[in-house]
Design a protein around this ligand. Structure first.
Ligand code: F0G
Length: 454
């Protein structure tokens, strides 16, 4: 049953096939370079792309833009305390701003940081402090065919091996990302969260949770972890986050806003250090990187994110997309994650070698076929790794309806039907930082660069 109806309408258009071909060519076969107006269903990311509720739009009007001691900050503090259980909050402009604030205070040169799987910006901020980000995913995390309930879990075994290798003194923080975005959006169990908290305490490290998708994670815990079958999503979320010493949050995901984020903690020393760093990089600690009105919307969004009807509707839509794609014959990463469906591009286009970017080729074809924009997460985004060739279709929250989902499925089915005719891509220009190349690189169809070298 739908939990929402539309109050504000945004006109969207599907450009005709020849216009899509021109747009893709002009974008250098990189979907980040497309104009959003040329996209019909935009599944590039679930971050900051959702629809705010009428209550959030109403709250915007209440925004108190005082430089210091804003009333809106007080409302955000109370929402974080009620929903997530932390006393202290330092707002930031978005998740990566919060990462800079927290990791800049916890880490220094030569440190090592284990995480179930680092998201790109987390990895970059850890590295930016001179520390070494090390992934400790559960062994079946990357296997698209293993159907396990909590493939996002942190491998304690891998964590202990790391301690044996580098020594406990080198590890000031252990991070748990819920849900595990870089591992196909898979959830993390509360049982694993407790183990990671014990592991961090054993080695005297701070336990940090990246809470971007904490509400979706709590929903999966209720569905899949028997201890919590009768608990509410709100109670599970508080319990799971309660094991952490500090959290980093991007409000653009389960905060249900278009911009904003924060660090939250009960630790007075961490709080003091974060405030100082926030003044330097974000803003005075009672607004950090946010406008008062945006703190109001985030305060309301956090409370809405753990409402049973919201989160059930949200996860059901993503599951329906994934199940329909699988029914249509697409190789879908199983189980389906909380915010996105991941397609196995290597299995979809077995004739396209990894060197010709099968994920990017598939993402481009989805755009050409139906104006659907996803994102490649394979050898273009992660050069020189053996990560699987995936295309992520991330679903914005409360934004698209059943017809859009059906359109995506039909588009993918049509691409699958003519997959033999799809060829690979080659890099035409490569940006200087390999880890960031998928944002701006330009490509061309294999065989297109027939210009003879002189
Ligand atoms: N941590 C995780 C797990 C994330 O998924 C993201 C963003 C961030 C931190 C950074 O937050 O964007 O507010 O600065 N993920 C987006 C995505 C960009 O498309 O998955 P941010």
């Amino acid at each position: 049953m739908d939990a929402y109806r539309t109050k504000v309408a945004e006109r969207i258009r599907l450009p005709d096939r020849s216009a899509r071909e021109r747009a893709l060519e002009a974008a250098g076969y990189n979907l980040f370079n497309l104009d959003a107006r040329d996209v019909y269903v935009d599944l590039l990311t679930d971050s900051g792309t959702g629809a705010m509720s009428d209550a959030q739009w109403g709250a915007l009007q209440r925004g108190d833009e005082s430089y210091a001691g804003s009333k809106s900050f007080g409302r955000l503090e109370r929402a974080v305390a009620d929903v997530m259980g932390f006393e202290h909050v330092v707002p930031a402009h978005q998740g990566r701003g919060a990462e800079n604030v927290l990791y800049g205070t916890l880490l220094s040169d030569g440190d090592v940081v284990p995480n179930n799987t680092h998201f790109d910006t987390t990895r970059a901020h850890v590295a930016n402090q001179g520390a070494d980000p090390v992934d400790c995913p559960s062994p079946d995390a990357d296997d698209p065919d293993v159907d396990a309930p909590f493939k996002g879990d942190f491998s304690i075994e891998r964590g202990r091996e790391l301690v044996a290798e580098v020594g406990a003194d080198a590890i000031p923080a252990v991070v748990l990302t819920i849900t595990n975005n870089s591992a196909a959006g898979q959830p993390v169990s509360v049982a694993n969260t407790r183990e990671v908290a014990d592991f961090a305490a054993d080695i005297d490290a701070a336990f940090v949770i990246d809470a971007c998708r904490f509400a979706e994670n709590a929903y999966f815990v209720r569905e899949r972890e028997s201890e919590f079958a009768d608990a509410s999503v709100a109670d599970i979320a508080r319990e799971q986050l309660g094991y952490a010493d500090a959290i980093v949050m991007s409000g653009k995901k389960d905060g249900l806003v278009n911009v904003g984020g924060f660090v939250a903690t009960d630790d007075a020393d961490v709080f003091e250090a974060c405030k100082q760093r926030a003044i330097l990089y974000e803003g005075f600690p009672t607004y950090g990187g946010m406008a008062g009105r945006d703190m109001e919307a985030l305060a309301v969004g956090l409370r809405e994110a753990v409402e049973a009807a919201y989160v059930a509707d949200r996860v059901a839509q993503v599951q329906r997309l994934g199940e329909s794609l699988a029914d249509a014959g697409l190789p879908v990463f199983e189980p389906i994650g909380g915010h996105a469906v991941y397609l196995d591009a290597a299995a979809t286009l077995p004739h396209v070698p990894a060197a010709e970017f099968p994920g990017q080729a598939l993402a481009c074809e989805l755009y050409l076929e139906g104006g659907v924009r996803g994102v490649e997460l394979g050898s273009l985004a992660f050069p020189d790794t053996d990560r699987p060739e995936l295309v992520r279709l991330a679903v914005p929250r409360r934004t698209y309806g059943a017809d859009h989902i059906d359109h995506v499925v039909e588009t993918a089915r049509d691409v699958l039907d003519r997959r033999e005719s799809i060829s690979g891509l080659a890099l035409a220009s490569e940006p200087p930082i390999p880890e960031l190349r998928h944002f701006t690189a330009e490509l061309e169809p294999v065989g297109a660069s027939a210009t003879p070298s002189s």
